[in-house]
Design a protein around this ligand. Structure first.
Ligand SMILES: [Zn+2]
Length: 54
């Protein structure tokens, strides 16, 4: 089997936390997803504001 490397820091991934090397990297990745989701909904709110102005 080929070994996976952590997509965040490049260290060897642990079976327990695949594809990450540790719970810390797994949590960081989850945080990135949540932040992106939040940013997208903020942009959508701005668009609605523009429509109300016109
Ligand atoms: Zn890592």
């Amino acid at each position: 089997m080929k070994s996976l490397t952590c997509p965040l820091c490049g260290k060897n991934a642990q079976d327990k936390y695949r594809p990450f090397c540790s719970s810390r990297c797994a949590n960081l990745d989850l945080g990135n997803w949540l932040n992106e989701d939040y940013r997208v909904s903020v942009i959508e709110d701005d668009d609605l504001d523009d429509i109300e102005d016109v």
